[in-house]
Design a protein around this ligand. Sequence first.
Ligand code: ZN
Length: 358
Amino acid sequence: MDSRNWRRALVVAALCGGLGLVSGPRVSARADYAFNDSHFHLTNYIQEGITVQDFLKIMGDKVGRSTLFGIPLQQTWAYGNTGDFAPWYYTQTDAPLYYYSFTDAFIAMAYKSLKPEEQARLDPMITGFNPADMYAADHIKRVLKTFPGVFEGIGEFTIHKEFVSPKVAGETASLTNPALDRILDTAAEIGLVTLLHNDIDMPFPKPGQDPYQIVQLYELFKRHPKTTIIWAHCGLGRIVRPVHDQIGLIARALDNPELSHVSIDISWDEVAKYLVATPETTAAVADIINRHPDRFLFGSDEVAPTEQAKYLKVYDMYAPLFAKLTPEASAKLRKGNYERLFDEARRRVRAWETANVH
Ligand SMILES: [Zn+2]
């Protein structure tokens, strides 16, 4: 084919794809994938990981689409603290973490190295901003303008996280900081999906301790009804356990029309261990998902997995939960809700870029 025929073929392919006549980028619509991954880290706390090409191989024919982000925080190797031991995880040293904005350029370049049909399987996210900085929203717009056609969301970023938040250098992040409001307003304006990590409580709360995080989080969500928010891990963590009546609390939140813009991801093996701890909790969690099938997303929260079996570990842990879901709730949790939220983000962010990138 000469170049003109190539161009014509591409235009025809694009038109057919737009009309849904060929199985182009919408790979995830294929029913044979097990899930789409709403929570995936390509790199770790020292900005190392696997290549995006290796990740696509690990997704293989099991995973249709996945979010793509690094980790916004870099663990310092403070020689005075750990000497020749180079820490790669935040629990290995008392040295601080700091915001590593280059992660966004790294993710963008990884994405841009892929073929269009490979890119269509990934939904990249901006993470490299300090949520306690009033300029964070400006960083988000700068990333979109520098790498148009790449990003669709922000996060996973963190306000309260066990062990991590107290180690971050600079001002302590807060749900009440106007800098966070600016970030969520910007996400609403542009159409970016927002993946927020915020523990539901502090680790090891004393009896009667004020669970201020739940109250502040509720107020934050209410202040931003136009932002598409995914609350990561429904607020659970390694040692942040379900609070008293957590299931009732989540059920009331899902019934509250003021929070209809908030979804929940059930990612992380540390969360799965709580949700399928006993047949009773599994049944209770399944019941709430069955009653709110549009509000939950599956995610792995794997960090740079080196093989597919490891990558699928969290999915496999949830087998008892999936078995108790209705077919509709199961399909939406594993695939449909992801496609609804990220297809919309893709459309809206590309439109914002068309209007704002010159
Ligand atoms: Zn995560």
